[in-house]
Design a protein around this ligand. Sequence first.
Ligand code: NAD
Length: 490
Amino acid sequence: MKTTVQTLQGSRIGHFIDGAFVAPQDGVYAPSYDPTTAEPWYEFALGDARDVDAAVRSAKAALLNPAWRRLTQTDRGKLVRRLGELVLAHAEELAQLECRDNGKLIKEMRAQMRAIPDSYGYFAGMADKLQGDTIPVNKLDTLNFNLREPIGVVGMIIPWNSPLMMLTGTLAPCLAIGNTIVVKPSEHATASALALAELVIEAGIPAGVVNVVTGDGATTGDALTRHPGIAKYVFTGSTDTGRKIAGNAADNLVPCQMELGGKSPHVVFSDVDIERAVNGVVSGIFAAAGQTCVAGSRCFVEAPVYERFVEALVERTRRVKVGHPMAEDTDIGPLALAAQLEKVEHFVGSGVREGAKVAVGGRKPQDEALARGWYYEPTVLADARNEMSFMRHEIFGPVVGVVPFSSEDEMIALANDTEYGLASGIWTRDIDRAMRFARNVEAGTVWINTYRSAAFMSANGGTKKSGYGRRGGFEVMREFSRLKNVVIDY
Ligand code: NAD
């Protein structure tokens, strides 16, 4: 693997098209920044429409290449499994790459790298389970059946917060189905997608099946979403960008899967073990410095335990250690971008002006060693109200607002009073109440007495402005394949 932290440091890296690294056609590169120092550490190609076109052409040619098209489903599954084995063999290098690129904790990346290879194995096993069906029709001597086929070239646009994880969620099933792929990683964390593309070739998957074209959203991403050669898009990112992409895709009548932002409710009832619930709320919001789509950023606490809960939450939050992402004892690393830090500062400021109280945090850490990076203390804003601006917008940072509620009806109204519908969580010992919540909350995922417990075996996705389409389980195999009806008279 060429794209290790050591080889990338101070170097320039091109797109990955048709099985090889290539320079951008107009020769323009941009720096990728190390979030712990705010300094550039390598340069990636800034793709334009010509680079995107080359990548899509390569993927289209690979779709027709007999070495891919004429593989049996079992043999295709073997290649996907082999890719998973290579990802496992390179797990530590991939983990370090992503930490350096987006400031993710090394311990979190190592945990992700234990799950990601398994996900290739899981979807590899589905390659030969994808089947069509026969249809009884009102006609004798006729065989009417549906073939299930690859959908074509899939355009994947991914964010910076968990690129490998996000990519794997659709890349593994798309390969198992027999699709070909053009990936546009985020301009803020490009390296791991390129490293994965190299492993695809090493696994024996033909050149052109997976292409990576790097660059920003406005030029490279926009060109990809306007290209007529794409059969379906999968987009993971913000709701505003999703709206633009869906608009471009609609012009070509191309469907999308949209995995967008969130402002997820995390509910605590007074019948629970407060310490357990506090731990759940802390990991639900502060994991990855709040830069997770499912972050439980609106916390609703039943009035009788509100004061006690806030006290315990503050005490627990003080013990969350902010530090360098490579240190094993760090709980929160830096934010990935300068713009994220500004956004966090803006929304904490607006929350205070609107009457919320900074119970803990609310500033950059005072530690000299962290001064240059984009660090921010984990922050609890107590006495918040759902209508405050920081409770309505996705901050994507380590900030939680806490609001008391008095009745179950009030709680569900508050939980659903958001334009988003990605995840939700509830802490209660009352199973009836938990099930009522699960039925009534407007969210793609409901966690009961746990939070952020996701699996690639289950269908995940959003409702409302958090998107549409499902990733995970067999559902994703259906979403990225299509049926063709065939009729034979005999
Ligand atoms: P973003 O929307 O700014 O960018 C995501 C990707 O889209 C990047 O690759 C970017 O270059 C590209 N892009 C930007 N503008 C584009 C355009 N006009 N046309 C085409 N592509 C364009 O999001 P981000 O800041 O990278 O990521 C954070 C967001 O992602 C948050 O909103 C978070 O909730 C969301 N997210 C969602 C999920 C999920 O599964 N629902 C998972 C992770 C992140």
